[in-house]
Write a protein that binds this ligand. Structure first.
Ligand code: KG4
Ligand code: ZN
Length: 343
């Protein structure tokens, strides 16, 4: 079974070819240069760039996999969550190819792609607890089996990646902020500034419907931290590279503290000795380093995808589709793009 998958939920245009679960190619065209001067993704510009990139990216994925559309058995695409205009480009392209070639079509939830991404490099047995940290999401799931993911906690406000991006913007560092802050923080002291850590107490469902962000026992909050950095930057002159590095390192350390505290507590609450960390922020070097060190002390096995599968890619979408196809599932062409699609 050879699958061509397309991912265009935000600002990366991606295509990949997967054969029997192995990645033959994974191509990503970044739009960082388009959005850099705005300090964040501009949805209309993202859609237009996807339109320009989508065909060359698919062609590159086929070429790198040394294959042709004639040899593809199924087509997959992300149908949500994400920016609707961006999602529609990849989804419509996938439907058009599947319709023209009379191939099965699979619409994939972007979050399921991230949750399964560590499996692109090897088996990670279920059950596991997954911390999903990206530009749009910060959640913890208990992944019991394929298609069975229970939400244990989610952010009450900003996503962790969004906090990285906004803090980079406040500091005038450019977009996307995560990688820039990660690099800058290497030269800084993580204990230089004590920013507030929001520690939301684990709680019983506080009246909100189960499975919704407010109806989960665990939670995250990053908007207070963002404001604290903003205030700090307003009150202190960032007059040297060293001063900027200290702010970056201290901010990053605070985010990592909050993410790991909650992820380990969530794993403990369901008695699960396996933690997966996925999504764009899982590329963060400090998070990777501390997760590995602290997990060992707690007797928890941590798996984080290699860098190219942390941020958005189509290989993870192909993998999610492959498991659904193996279960005999596919989707009708009536499936639409859904900005706030839940897992
Ligand atoms: O998963 P992803 O590529 O797209 C979404 O689904 O949102 O994640 C993008 C996010 C951005 O907010 C970016 O700043 C963040 O991941 N990111 C990082 C790093 N690399 C990317 N955050 C912290 N450290 C990094 N090294
Ligand atoms: Zn993502």
């Amino acid at each position: 079974m050879r699958i061509l998958a397309i991912e265009s939920s935000c600002d990366d245009t991606a295509a990949a070819v997967l054969d029997a679960g192995s990645v033959l190619s994974s191509v990503v065209a970044s739009q960082d240069e388009v959005h850099n001067k705005y300090g964040g993704v501009v949805p209309e510009l993202a859609s237009r760039s996807h339109l320009r990139n989508i065909v060359p990216v698919i062609e590159a994925a086929l070429e790198q996999a040394a294959t042709r559309l004639d040899h593809i058995d199924a087509i997959a695409a992300t149908c949500g969550p994400g920016l609707v205009g961006s999602l529609l480009v990849g989804l419509s392209t996938a439907k058009a190819i599947a319709f023209a070639r009379q191939l099965p079509f699979v619409a994939v939830n972007h979050l399921e792609g991230h949750l399964l991404s560590p499996r692109l490099d090897g088996e990670v047995p279920f059950p596991y607890v997954a911390l999903l940290v990206s530009g749009g999401h910060t959640s913890v799931y208990h992944a019991v089996d394929h298609g069975r993911y229970h939400l244990l906690g989610a952010t009450r406000d900003d996503a962790a990646g969004e906090a990285f991006d906004k803090v980079a913007k406040i500091m005038g560092l450019g977009y996307p902020g995560g990688r820039i802050i990660d690099d800058l923080a290497r030269h800084g002291d993580p204990r230089a500034i004590r920013f507030p850590r929001a520690r939301l107490k684990p709680r019983r469902n506080g009246g909100a419907p189960l499975g919704t962000p407010f109806g989960t026992p665990f939670g995250f909050s990053f908007s207070g931290l963002k404001t604290a950095v903003w205030q700090y930057v307003r009150e202190h002159a960032i007059d040297s590279e060293a001063a900027a590095a200290d702010i970056a390192a201290s901010f990053q350390e605070t985010v990592v503290d909050m993410l790991l505290d909650t992820a380990f507590a969530a794993a403990g609450s369901v008695g699960c000795p396996r933690l997966v960390i996925a999504g764009g922020v899982s590329a963060n070097s400090r998070l990777r380093q501390r997760a590995a060190a602290e997990a060992e002390a707690l007797g928890i096995a941590v798996t984080i995808p290699r860098m190219r599968y942390c941020t958005d890619n189509a290989a993870m979408i192909a993998l999610a589709a492959w498991h659904r196809l193996q279960r005999g599932e596919s989707d009708p062409f009536s499936v639409n793009a859904t900005a706030d699609l839940e897992l």
